[in-house]
Ligand binder design. Structure first.
Ligand code: ZN
Length: 129
C-alpha cells in the first residue's frame, strides 16, 4: 500500500543509535543506518563547540611557546634563559593537558562530563595566560 499523506504525520518510536533511548520520529522519516535522539544531537554540538575552543587555545599556546623560544635564543644572562625555559616547560605541560582534554571530550557520551571539561578548560586557559 502506498503512503498516504496522513502517514507522514504518524509518529513511531525508534531507539537512538547511540544512547538507546527510544524517541519519536515521523513515520515517513528515513530509518536506515544511524539515527540519533535530540539529546545526543545536542551533546554532539556541545562537544564540537568545546573541542574547537580547545583547539583555538592550543594554537595560542603554540604561538607563545615559539615566542619564548625566540626570546630564549637572544637571551644573554643565565637567569633570563632559565626563566624562559621555565615558561616553555609550563606552556608545553598545558599543551599536553589540552591534548588529553580533547581526547576526553571526543570520547565522552555524557552531558555531565562536558560541564566538567569546560571547567578544566577554563582553568587551563588561566594557567596559560
Ligand atoms: Zn540518544
Amino acid at each position: 500500500m502506498p503512503d498516504s499523506d496522513n502517514d507522514k504525520f504518524v509518529l513511531k518510536l525508534v531507539p537512538c543509535s547511540r544512547c538507546g533511548n527510544p524517541f519519536m520520529i515521523k513515520n515517513n522519516q528515513k530509518n536506515s543506518g544511524e539515527i540519533f535522539c535530540d539529546n545526543c544531537i545536542k551533546l554532539e554540538q556541545r562537544k564540537k563547540q568545546l573541542a574547537s575552543s580547545v583547539l583555538e587555545s592550543q594554537k595560542e599556546i603554540k604561538t607563545s611557546i615559539k615566542e619564548y623560544e625566540n626570546k630564549l635564543e637572544s637571551a644573554d644572562s643565565p637567569d633570563t634563559k632559565k626563566a624562559y625555559y621555565e615558561k616553555i616547560k609550563k606552556q608545553s605541560e598545558i599543551l599536553t593537558k589540552s591534548v588529553e582534554l580533547l581526547k576526553k571530550i571526543e570520547e565522552t557520551n555524557n552531558e555531565k562530563y562536558i560541564e566538567e571539561y569546560k571547567r578544566l578548560f577554563e582553568k587551563m586557559k588561566k594557567e596559560s595566560s
